[in-house]
Design a protein around this ligand. Structure first.
Ligand code: SF4
Length: 282
């Protein structure tokens, strides 16, 4: 069960089952059980095709999930509950995070369950006091989308965190949690936001809302828009990735990112360490 905690947004479209099940709602192939494309899949393939294969084809996951990724999921769930049903996000966070206290999670050197507990409370308090009042009409929360893209045989699916009026302008919002502030270019360069613009062509403004887990909690907004050319470029890229995946063209793309890749033992041929740290799901 614990290996299914780390899910990407579009993998959370169905399934349930208690607190942990809610966090780890996982589908193996997609909402229809068939292979699909998604913003996360495209990004992972472009980072490293072998990492894509090990994650989506072999379905290997760390036996002990990353504390910060699970923390991000809990923050997402807490905010989604608030936007959908007006539940108290602090209460939701505390319930989920307390449930996870006895479960082994892989915390970074700077992080512990207690520190993330304080960070989650601080961030959500700040969000409710300073950011929530800026939000007007909410038109979608955790809304799934499916796009049929010309030239791509696979369905392209995703989940949009929030569509809401932010300081009076209707905006597609993607929430992120991070250990440090995002670079100023992040929203302008985000493929994920480009995909959301394709899914919501009527909404011109896009935003990242980054909840930064610094000692003093920070919440930073980055707003952006997309041109027709940027949308075409992304479609061409997604089409390329879709064709490569359909042809099972997977190869290692080594780089600095290998240092924090869960699959490094596999690529190094360290079978014992790979068996110790990874498990197959589904
Ligand atoms: S260790 Fe590097 S090459 Fe191997 S899967 Fe991970 S990112 Fe790719």
């Amino acid at each position: 069960m614990i290996a299914t905690l780390l899910t990407e947004p579009e993998e959370r479209l169905n399934g349930s089952g208690g607190l942990i099940g809610d966090i780890g709602r996982t589908i193996s192939g997609g909402p229809t059980g068939k292979v699909h494309l998604s913003p996360s899949r495209v990004s992972r393939y472009l980072l490293c095709p072998e990492q894509y294969r090990l994650y989506y084809v072999e379905k290997l996951r760390p036996k002990v999930p990353s504390g910060s990724l699970v923390f991000g999921q809990v923050i997402h769930l807490s905010l989604a509950g608030f936007f959908k049903e007006k539940t108290d996000p602090l209460k939701t966070f505390q319930e989920y995070w307390t449930t996870l206290k006895g479960i082994p999670l892989d915390y970074s050197k700077q992080e512990t369950w207690e520190k993330l507990n304080d960070a989650g409370r601080g961030l959500l308090e700040k969000f409710m006091t300073e950011e929530a009042p800026k939000l007007g009409t909410i038109s979608a929360v955790e809304e799934p989308f499916t796009l049929s893209v010309t030239g791509i045989d696979l369905p392209f699916i995703g989940v949009i965190d929030l569509v809401a009026s932010v300081a009076t302008t209707v905006t597609v919002v993607d929430f992120k949690t991070s250990g440090s502030r995002y670079g100023v270019h992040e929203a302008d360069m985000s493929d994920q936001l480009t995909a959301y613009r394709l899914a919501k062509p009527q909404v011109e403004r896009l935003a990242l809302c980054v909840l930064v887990k610094t000692k003093e909690p920070q919440i930073a907004w980055q707003f952006t828009r997309r041109t027709g050319e940027q949308l075409s470029d992304y479609l061409a890229k997604a089409g390329y990735v879709g064709r490569e995946i359909a042809s099972a063209r997977f190869y290692k793309r080594p780089g600095v990112w290998c240092a924090w890749c869960d699959y490094l033992p596999v690529c190094l041929g360290d079978k014992r360490k790979a068996e110790q740290s990874l498990a197959q799901i589904g």
